[in-house]
Design a protein around this ligand. Structure first.
Ligand code: NAG
Ligand code: NAG
Ligand code: NAG
Ligand code: NAG
Ligand code: NAG
Ligand code: NAG
Ligand code: NAG
Ligand code: NAG
Ligand code: NAG
Ligand code: NAG
Ligand code: NAG
Ligand code: NAG
Ligand code: CU
Length: 588
């Protein structure tokens, strides 16, 4: 019965997709290129979305007087162009690479039903677009609604190659909250004085930590708290008494962030392209890869107020600077000499991070239903660790001359030289192994202090997990304190969103913890912060056949191997199988 209903839905969806495909599909033409002697740019987002019918983007750039360098951009913009679409639409983006590095683009949070070909991660679903080449991504939206984003998924180029992907309700439909006066994307990003590609290359060569960023930015600008950067600070104009929708995207490379607006409270209404039960809060904690839709009412005395963001980070060195923008009321008043700054939680305040995160619940009403798997076919228990690999003559820059690494279930992912998708589709042997383990190779007190050195060294390999079509999958991610390096890891899954059904501190207990799961209205997300020395349990139905990357969204961890791939097999019919590849694929 259940199965029958499901395949009917699939059939309908399939017809719908074909039907949409036969109409004209908008294609955006993008050029990835090096912007020389750049600049921190200011992007002015569309001021008023007069109706839902308005698509595309408008933005202007003005040069900033300080700090010029070369950066990789899309169409010369940083952050990159914002795409506005309606729920369920389909569009194409032709990306031509005029830069000097290989590049790919990922549509973060878009499920791409049956279409891994356009998902983007380098050597997982495609070989890169080489300089001079191009690729047309076919983006298929389904039930995503709210804020998502797009970013490069090759090396560290996503530092500057990223932008908003905003999915409005269907034509003629509204939000599940009063229509805001205006909507403003707030893109948080990292700014490195050095060349990001050189930074990660050097770090991987020498085995040590990559350089930290030198600033964070809001919509391309670091803000007033950095030297000589006042000129371009992003300003959001508001009218007293009106409510605004902030579409916040954490595009930062290596830090989770607290975000606040001075003297104003926030109401979080959505995350990762799905609505939630509204949360009133003074601050949010947002990890790289996550997005949050936040309402703010201009209900304070007309003036200037800072919005500000800084790291939530608990280990090692991190960028401890604070980025700001200004909420500025329209009207006649004397501007303050300095706007009030919000009192952000301390960098290491794990309680503050957890207190916010555990409040997330799906909206889960008649109009926005959830479909949480109540039973499980495949259980996976995955440990997340920082590690080291031995280095010849102990000559590397990691601890005791070792090379830094990281792993999932003690497997440190190795990027293949032919993409996994192509190898799977064409049956090319020797590119990957299908033995990614369902549980850690050994059990110990994962969150214990001073764990033995014998736990330091992971196995290296390109190991994937193969899942049956339509199976219900539960993954429990277990944070570990190997190397005394426990921290919050934002785990991201491509091709799906998933329900976060449980969370806790310490070691997951498979007899008692599942009894406390929320199977009624858990949040539906594509990225979840696995708490420091804690765990989260996620569930999803494997109903999207394809090859899907799963990884930590802290960029240095992903570079060190905190990644794996889920292959979801075809169903029994062509409409439950992967789509055919596009006519042109970039060669390896
Ligand atoms: C598709 O585009 C072509 C050329 O721009 C136009 O002639 C045609 O009418 C369009 N078809 C539809 C269904 O919009
Ligand atoms: C993309 O590359 C092909 C050759 O591979 C070329 O024929 C085509 O004109 C290019 N398209 C764009 C938009 O650059
Ligand atoms: C990384 O930081 C070191 C020390 O500050 C500096 O010497 C080096 O040039 C930086 N590397 C890059 C690629 O910016
Ligand atoms: C902002 O809040 C602080 C205390 O939280 C208060 O001292 C200050 O007067 C407020 N500023 C304005 C402009 O309302
Ligand atoms: C930020 O980090 C630097 C070292 O990188 C340190 O000197 C400084 O005291 C730190 N500032 C704060 C506010 O923690
Ligand atoms: C944040 O840390 C500082 C210095 O460690 C401390 O003085 C302050 O009380 C802390 N604030 C909060 C809210 O815990
Ligand atoms: C977190 O929540 C607990 C319980 O509600 C509260 O006692 C604590 O003060 C909160 N901590 C922070 C940093 O908000
Ligand atoms: C996290 O766990 C707490 C305690 O069981 C629960 O109340 C909360 O709903 C959970 N939240 C998430 C997002 O998992
Ligand atoms: C694991 O280690 C933590 C930290 O030392 C400790 O609090 C906890 O009791 C240990 N758990 C077990 C089961 O030994
Ligand atoms: C719980 O985990 C243990 C390993 O610690 C395993 O042997 C057992 O099968 C698991 N039980 C369930 C119900 O998954
Ligand atoms: C760019 O991609 C091609 C094709 O996979 C590969 O052969 C080449 O080594 C890559 N170049 C760099 C610098 O990674
Ligand atoms: C789905 O699976 C892949 C990988 O095994 C095959 O290459 C495809 O041919 C198959 N698609 C269909 C429609 O069966
Ligand atoms: Cu991580």
């Amino acid at each position: 019965m259940e199965l029958k209903k499901k395949s009917l839905v699939f059939l309908l969806l399939n017809v719908l997709i074909r039907c949409i495909a036969s109409q004209n599909v908008t294609t955006f033409y993008w050029v990835v290129s090096i912007d020389t002697s750049h600049v921190v740019h200011i992007a002015r987002w569309p001021k008023v979305l007069s109706s839902f019918g308005k698509l595309g983007h408008r933005s202007q750039s003005v040069l900033h007087p300080s700090g010029t360098k070369d950066i990789l951009t899309v169409n010369g913009e940083f952050p990159g162009p914002a795409i506005y679409r309606h729920r369920g639409e389909r569009f194409n983006v032709n990306v031509r690479n005029e830069g000097k590095y290989n590049v790919t683009i990922h549509w973060h949070g878009v499920k791409q039903p049956r279409n891994p070909w356009s998902d983007g991660p380098n050597y997982v679903t495609q070989c890169p677009i080489k300089p001079g080449a191009n690729f047309t991504y076919e983006i298929i939206l389904s039930d995503e609604e709210g804020t998502l984003w797009w970013h490069a998924h090759s090396d560290w180029s996503r530092a500057t190659v990223h932008g908003p992907l905003i999915i409005l309700p269907e034509q003629g439909k509204g939000y599940p909250f009063p229509q805001p006066q205006n909507e403003v994307p707030i893109v948080l990003a990292s700014w490195f004085k050095g060349d990001v590609m050189e930074i990660i290359e050097t770090a991987l060569q020498n085995g040590g930590e990559p350089n930290q960023s030198d600033a964070f930015t809001i919509n391309g600008q670091p803000g007033d708290l950095y030297d000589c950067s006042t000129e371009g600070t992003f300003k959001m104009m508001v009218d007293y008494g009106k409510t605004y929708l902030l579409r916040i995207i954490n595009a930062i490379m290596n830090e989770e962030m607290f975000f606040m607006v001075a003297n104003h409270s926030l109401t979080v209404v959505g995350t990762d392209g799905a609505y939630i039960k509204p949360i009133n809060t003074s601050y949010i904690m947002i990890t790289p890869g996550q997005t949050m839709d936040v309402l703010i009412t201009a209900d304070q005395s007309p003036s200037y107020y800072y919005m500000a963001s800084r790291a939530y980070a608990v280990v090692g060195a991190y960028d401890n600077t604070t980025t700001t923008a200004i909420v500025q009321y329209n009207g006649n008043y004397t501007p303050p000499s300095t706007p009030p700054l919000p009192n952000l939680p301390n960098y290491t305040d794990t309680d503050a991070a957890a207190n916010f995160t555990v409040r997330l619940r799906s909206l889960a009403n008649e109009d926005y239903p959830v479909d949480v798997p109540q039973t499980v076919d495949t259980h996976m228990y995955i440990t997340i660790s920082m590690n080291t690999l031995p280095c010849v003559n102990n000559s590397c820059d990691g601890p005791d001359g070792s090379r830094l690494a990281s792993s999932l279930n003690n497997i440190s992912f190795v990027e293949p030289s032919i993409d996994v998708l192509q190898a799977y589709y064409k049956g090319i042997n020797g590119v990957y192994d299908t033995d990614f383990p369902n549980e850690p190779p050994y059990y110990f007190n994962f969150t214990g202090d001073d764990l033995p050195d014998t736990l330091l060294t992971p196995e290296r390999g390109t190991k994937v997990k193969v899942l049956d079509y339509n199976s219900n999958v539960e993954i429990v991610f277990q944070g570990t304190n190997v190397m005394n390096a426990a921290e919050n890891h934002p785990m991201h899954l491509h091709g799906y969103s998933f329900y976060v059904v449980g969370n806790g501190t310490g070691n997951f207990d498979n007899s008692t913890d599942p009894t406390r799961y929320n199977l009624v209205d858990p949040p539906e997300v594509n990225t979840v912060g696995v708490p420091k020395n804690g765990w989260v349990a996620i569930r999803f139905r494997a109903d999207n056949p394809g090859v899907w990357f799963m990884h930590c969204h802290l960029e240095r961890h992903a570079s060190w191997g905190m990644d794996t791939v889920l292959i979801v097999k075809n169903g029994t019919t062509s409409s439950t199988s992967m789509l055919e590849p596009p006519s042109y694929l970039n060669p390896c």
